[in-house]
Write a protein that binds this ligand. Structure first.
Ligand code: 4AD
Length: 463
């Protein structure tokens, strides 16, 4: 009897007979041979059916298989003499069809991204999303491992909340019995309560933002990793971000090489990343940006001339327009600005000490420069931009009350949060890392929509 196994374990079964259960991914045929690409979720293997090696019925069954038909398939495993490639030589009676799939919509030809996202439930079976979901899974596992090994407590924050953590403009309001609640934009405020209890905690959950713009780096629902630590300053914070990022890069390089290769990621770039990452004061970032803008605009205009794809043309035009005016101190960096800053370096950048006016109510003011806050954004290189945002929290009760008023937030909803400053306040901080943006950078893909199984955006809640 052939041994039941899965494709990832095939190297153990060279010259032995096995049975695999899976789906037909693709098929090529000639008069005497049929080449069946079989996928079983764990990998893909080529199965060969020879007219002279099998009975008539098996030959016919192989001929009747259509894309995504489900089957059990049995045969002998052989290994390529030089490469790590394996094949399955189908044996007589070796094809047992479970279901013939009819008119599978995603054929091997090219499809537009709108069509593919509409069929996301099926598209997930294709090689590219398959590789991306595996990388995503490893990134999450790496991050969990990092924090676990460093002594952090997993601390789950509620999804229904009365508070706006990141400002009121992009809140999702939901009916909550006789009242209303908001879907959480960030678990941070609750994470801070956990840090006062356990010293260092990490919140991991979904965050929701009613983002009205369609960009390649905004979702309305994303997964958020948010460590929060008591007795922790802005420099400790940057060091933690740096250690975590290096840990995740090394993990992905170790665990996901075939997936990165499939996606044609420039692996060398990741391999060459070293610490320390670049630390750039906001003031210096603004100066650099204004110096570098003219050259970048020239480059983009050249790209626009050469571009044939309409979406790309529109993106390039928007970018040129956004970069058109001088960047003024006090503004926040947009994606094109971050693109310019990050393209200069071979590693991530920390931009720190943003003006107080553009950061959330809870950010600590810099005691040495009242114009700015103790905030940090970590920008991924290669034009990717922000993947982490964080900082030191305001610890003074009166300052925080004034900030809540200034930001027009309802004081009564923040009483519990203010209690943290009444009872044993201390310098503390943390950050939020967006899983999808991190995966997009590590995998080298353009849009974060591809980095979550089911992306939610202003124009998509299906499937
Ligand atoms: O910079 P943000 O808004 O910071 C916070 O929410 C803090 N409360 C985090 C903290 O200090 N605990 O978001 C943090 C990160 C961003 O750097 C980005 O990676 C991701 O969350 N993010 C998004 N990802 C996808 N779609 C969106 N609409 C996102 N908004 C933020």
């Amino acid at each position: 009897m052939p041994i039941k196994t899965t494709i990832d374990k095939i190297p153990q079964f060279v010259d032995q007979e096995v049975t695999l259960s899976g789906w037909l991914y693709n098929k090529r045929e000639s008069k005497k041979l049929k080449f069946l690409e079989i996928r079983d979720g764990m990998g893909i293997i080529q199965a060969i059916v020879g007219i002279n090696d099998v009975d008539d019925n098996t030959w016919e069954q192989a001929g009747s298989l259509t894309q995504e038909s489900s089957l059990h398939i049995s045969g002998r495993i052989s290994k390529h003499p030089k490469k790590d490639e394996y094949e399955l030589q189908v044996m007589p009676g070796g094809i047992d069809i479970v279901q013939i799939s009819v008119d599978y919509p995603i054929t091997p030809k090219e499809h537009g991204s709108g069509f593919l996202f509409q069929n996301r439930h099926l598209w997930l079976r294709s090689k590219r999303p398959w590789a991306l979901m595996r990388i995503r899974s490893e990134v999450i596992h790496a991050i969990r491992t990092f924090f676990y090994e460093d002594g952090y407590i997993t601390f789950d924050a509620p999804i229904f909340t009365p508070n706006a953590c990141e400002g009121t403009t992009d809140l999702f309001e939901v009916p909550y019995f006789d009242s209303v609640a908001y879907l959480s934009q960030s678990g941070q405020l609750y994470g801070e309560t956990g840090a006062m209890s356990h010293r260092k905690i990490v919140v991991f959950g979904p965050s929701f933002r009613a983002e009205k713009s369609k960009t390649r780096r905004h979702l309305t629902e994303f997964w958020h990793i948010e460590p929060e630590i008591a007795w922790f300053n802005i420099n400790d914070n940057m060091e933690l971000m740096e250690r975590l990022t290096m840990f995740v890069i090394e993990w992905v390089l170790r665990k996901c090489r075939p997936e990165l290769e499939l996606l044609e990621r420039d692996i060398k770039f990741l391999e060459n990343i070293k610490t320390p990452f670049i630390r750039l004061h906001y003031d210096d970032a603004v100066n650099q940006l204004n110096e570098l803008k003219p050259d970048r605009i020239k480059e983009l205009k050249k790209e626009l001339k050469a571009a044939t794809d309409e979406t790309l043309q529109a993106e390039l035009k928007r970018e040129i327009e956004e970069l058109g005016t001088d960047f003024k101190w006090g503004g926040d960096f947009g994606a094109p600005d971050e693109g310019i800053l990050t393209r200069q370096y071979d590693r991530p950048i920390f931009v720190h000490r943003f003006p107080r006016g553009i950061k959330a109510f809870y950010m600590a003011p810099d005691p040495e420069d009242e114009r700015v806050s103790l905030s940090i954004d970590m920008l991924a290189p290669e034009g990717y931009g922000e993947i982490i945002g964080g900082g030191q929290r305001a610890e003074d009760y009166d300052y925080l009350v004034a900030q809540i008023k200034k930001h027009n937030l309802p004081m009564e909803a923040y009483q519990w949060y203010l209690d943290l400053r009444k009872y044993g306040t201390n310098p503390h901080g943390g950050f939020g890392l967006g899983v999808e943006r991190t995966v997009a950078w590590l995998a080298g893909v353009h849009s974060i929509r591809e980095c979550i199984p089911y992306p939610r955006t202003i124009d998509r809640v299906y499937p």
